[in-house]
Design a protein around this ligand. Structure first.
Ligand code: KG4
Ligand code: ZN
Length: 339
C-alpha cells in the first residue's frame, strides 16, 4: 500500500509519500514563518490562503520525488484536526478530491496521533506500550499509548501549551515569531541562578501542567529593568530551566504511575536540546529509555500523517467522502486499531 499524506493544520504545508514495504519515500515541508512574522503570530486566514496556493504543486513535486505515478497511490491521509478550521479545510478538500478522482480510500488523521507515532518512522522505533510526552505549540500532554488509537490522557496543560509559553516569552524578549528555538539559543549563554522562576504544579500530585505563570514570571523579571544581552540571556535560561524541569519531572512521574519504562517525546518543543539532555539523564537514572523522532519530524510534517494513515488504512479503516475538519478533537475519542 502506498499512501499520500497531507498536513495543513496550522502554518506548515506538508506532503509525504509512505510505502508499506519500502517506508518513507519522500516528504516536503513549507513553513509559512515569513508570511506571519510581521504579525507576530499565525494569522488563520492568511494560513489557509497560502495552503491553497501551495498544496497541489507540492503534491505533484512530492509524488515525482518519490517516483510515484498517481495511479500507484493506493490511499490518501490528511490532518482532519485539531487545528485552524480554514487551514484544515484546505487539506481535507484536496485530499478527499484526489482520493475521489483516483478511486482510492481516504482517512482523516488526528494531528497529535501523527506526532506521537512519528518516532515509528525511525530505524529504532519505540516498543509498545509507552508514555508519550507531546509538547507542541498548541498542546502539552502526557498520554499512555497501548496501541494505535488506544490513548489514555494522563495529564495536559490547563492553560498555555509548552511551545506557546516559549513563543510568548520569546516575544517578550524581542525574539520574534516563532521564538522557541531562538529562546533556546539565547538561553545557552545565560547564567544559571541569576533569575529563579517557579516550577508550576510540581509541588502538587497529578500530571497536569500550567505554564501561563511562567510568562508572568518573565514579565516581572523584565519589568523596570533595562536588561542588556547577558541579562536577557539570563532570563531565557531561567525560563527554559523552569519549563524543562517541569516537563522532565512530570514525564518521570507518568512513567512511575503507569509502570512503563519507554518514553516517547514528540512535538516542536521535543527539538529542545536541554529537554533532551535532562531527560536522557533522568531516564537513565531509573532504567527508562527515551525515543524521539528526528528533529525535522518533531515539528509539523506530513510523514507522520502518511504513516498514521498507512497504519489505519492498511487495517481497513477509512472515511466516507465527506471532508472532515475538526478544530477541536479529543485524542481519546479515536477509534482503536485491532491489529
Ligand atoms: O509541533 P509544532 O511544530 O507545531 C504545533 O503543532 O504546534 O511545534 C511548534 C512549537 C513552537 O511553539 C516552537 O516555538 C516550538 O515548537 N519549538 C521549540 C524549539 N523548536 C521549536 N521550543 C523550544 N526549543 C526548541 N528548540
Ligand atoms: Zn504539531
Amino acid at each position: 500500500m502506498r499512501v499520500l499524506g497531507i498536513e495543513s493544520s496550522c502554518d506548515e504545508t506538508a506532503v509525504a509519500v509512505y510505502d508499506g514495504d519500502r517506508g518513507l519515500l519522500a516528504h516536503e515541508v513549507f513553513s509559512q514563518f515569513d508570511l506571519h512574522r510581521a504579525w507576530g503570530g499565525v494569522v488563520p486566514e492568511l494560513a489557509a490562503r497560502d495552503h491553497i496556493q501551495r498544496l497541489l504543486p507540492m503534491v505533484r513535486a512530492t509524488l515525482a520525488a518519490s517516483g510515484t505515478a498517481p495511479a500507484e497511490v493506493t490511499g490518501v491521509a490528511y490532518t482532519a484536526g485539531p487545528g485552524l478550521i480554514g487551514a484544515l479545510m484546505v487539506g481535507g478538500a484536496v485530499a478527499e478530491s484526489l482520493a475521489y478522482a483516483w478511486g482510492v480510500p481516504v482517512i482523516g488523521i488526528h494531528h497529535m496521533e501523527g506526532h506521537l507515532l512519528a518516532p515509528m518512522l525511525e530505524p529504532d522505533p519505540p516498543p509498545l506500550p509507552f508514555v508519550a510526552l507531546l509538547v507542541s505549540g498548541g498542546h502539552t500532554m502526557l498520554v499512555e499509548v497501548t496501541g494505535i488509537g488506544r490513548y489514555r490522557i494522563l495529564g495536559e496543560s490547563l492553560d498555555d501549551a509548552a511551545g506557546e509559553a516559549f513563543d510568548k516569552t520569546a516575544k517578550l524578549l524581542g525574539l520574534g515569531y516563532p521564538g522557541g528555538a531562538a529562546l533556546a539559543a539565547l538561553a545557552e549563554r545565560g547564567r544559571p541562578g541569576v533569575f529563579q522562576f517557579p516550577r508550576p504544579m510540581m509541588d502538587r500530585p497529578g500530571l497536569d501542567f500550567s505554564f501561563s505563570g511562567l510568562k508572568t514570571a518573565a514579565v516581572v523579571a523584565l519589568r523596570g529593568r533595562r536588561l542588556d544581552d547577558q541579562g536577557r540571556a539570563d532570563v531565557a535560561h531561567a525560563f527554559e530551566a523552569a519549563i524543562v524541569d517541569t516537563l522532565v519531572g512530570k514525564a518521570l512521574r507518568a512513567l512511575e504511575y503507569t509502570g512503563h519504562d519507554v518514553l516517547v517525546v514528540a512535538g516542536g518543543v521535543g527539538a529542545n536540546q536541554r529537554l533532551r539532555t535532562d531527560l536522557a539523564h533522568a531516564a537513565s537514572g531509573r532504567g527508562a529509555r527515551v525515543y524521539y523522532p528526528r528533529p525535522g519530524f518533531c515539528t509539523d510534517n506530513a510523514a507522520m500523517i502518511a504513516y498514521a494513515g498507512y497504519r489505519r488504512l492498511a487495517a481497513g479503516q477509512h472515511a466516507g467522502q465527506a471532508i472532515r475538519a475538526r478544530p477541536r478533537w479529543p485524542l481519546d475519542e479515536l477509534e482503536p486499531l485491532n491489529d
